[in-house]
Write a protein that binds this ligand. Structure first.
Ligand SMILES: Cc1ncc(COP(=O)(O)O)c(C=O)c1O
Length: 332
């Protein structure tokens, strides 16, 4: 059996059991990983991925969650008698729950019923958040609508960050992620692409990167199908379009088929030794698509979270365990 090299930057998502304020310092300043093997047919293109699962809470969403909460505190809208309420399909919920626990806020999360059963739903619960379920058939839009109803019925007791419409969401990336990318590539980045969920990652990074160099081209990555299986991403044509998402300011959109992103999860593991989730794999497919088109340049993309349940769901878990955790078989 061949032993596969695991990149230095790759680890399981952090799930701190002892929660204290220093955990908040583990949000941001994530490593950038060079993707060496997958882009080798494009020798004049460098591809890098921001390893966002290295944030406390295990995903890119820790950045906007912290920014929205701290901006709420600064404006006086969030006080300790209020409950943080929002809709989420997982990653943002874990981030709110973790940050809320550290800062001493109660957190109420509205999630599609099917999301509650997975590890992210369980982690949010583990951090002490109250979870309200919306219809499993209505996806993230059903959760958005129910969260809004709960808020409207009792506005005084809730602070609703409303990640889909809150400028602090994209500002987290404008203020932190983009400057990190600029520094980590020595200002050489020429192209940026990222998946769209709320749109915070693509909007904040593209705005700041273009201020630093107006020639940088920025692309949103979206699922090709209306009914897709790429967790965390939205098919804009058939969804409630987030208020913070402004497609007109981007250079284009790259559509990725669910099946291609699933295959890419396995390819990234085999070729690069990186275990990431489906939206990261979709971003990788898009980065390679871009590489094919541009032939020369420095592409940066974002890997929002790690592999979590995808291996279990798609029969890869056993293979992953055998590859990474068991001692190599001997011939005797
Ligand atoms: C796994 C995953 N990928 C991508 C995204 C998209 O990020 P954004 O909301 O910044 O558009 C999310 C957002 O929730 C996510 O959870």
């Amino acid at each position: 059996m061949t032993k596969i090299k695991i990149s230095e930057a790759v680890q399981a998502p952090s799930c701190p059991v002892i929660v204290n304020a220093s955990v908040l310092r583990k949000i941001g300043n994530t490593p950038i990983i060079p993707i060496r093997s997958l882009g080798k047919e494009f020798p004049d293109v460098e591809i890098y991925a921001k390893a966002e699962w290295r944030n406390a809470g295990g995903s890119v969403k820790a950045r906007p969650a912290l920014q929205m909460i701290e901006d709420g505190e600064a404006s006086g809208e969030l006080t300790h008698d209020k409950i943080i309420l929002d809709s989420t399909s997982g990653n943002t919920g874990v981030a709110y729950a973790l940050i809320g626990k550290i800062k001493g806020y109660r957190v109420k999360l509205v999630m599609p019923a099917n999301a509650v059963k997975d590890r992210k739903g369980q982690m949010a619960d583990f951090y002490g958040a109250e979870i309200v379920t919306s219809s499993p058939f209505e996806g993230s839009d059903g959760a958005i609508i129910l969260a809004r109803e709960i808020y409207e019925n009792n506005r005084d007791i809730y602070f609703m960050p409303d990640q889909y419409n809150n400028p602090s969401n994209w500002k987290a990336h404008y203020l932190h992620t983009a400057p990190e990318i600029w520094k980590q590539t020595d200002g050489r980045v020429t192209h940026f692409c990222a998946g769209i969920g709320t749109g915070g990652t693509i909007m904040g990074n593209s705005r700041r990167l273009r201020e630093l160099n107006p020639k940088i081209k920025c692309y949103a990555v979206e699922p090709a199908e209306e009914l897709h299986g790429i967790e965390g991403l939205k098919h804009m044509g058939s969804s409630i379009v987030p208020g913070i998402y402004d497609e007109s300011t981007l250079d284009g959109k790259i559509s990725v088929a669910t099946e291609k992103s699933y295959d890419m999860v396995a390819t990234l593991e085999k070729e690069e030794g990186i275990l990431v989730g489906h939206s990261s794999a979709a971003a990788m497919v898009a980065a390679l698509e871009l590489a094919k088109q541009i032939k020369k340049g420095v592409i940066v993309t974002v890997f929002p979270d790690s592999c979590d349940t995808c291996y279990i769901n798609f029969g890869k878990f056993k293979e992953s365990v055998e590859t990474h955790h068991l001692p190599p078989k001997t011939d005797s």
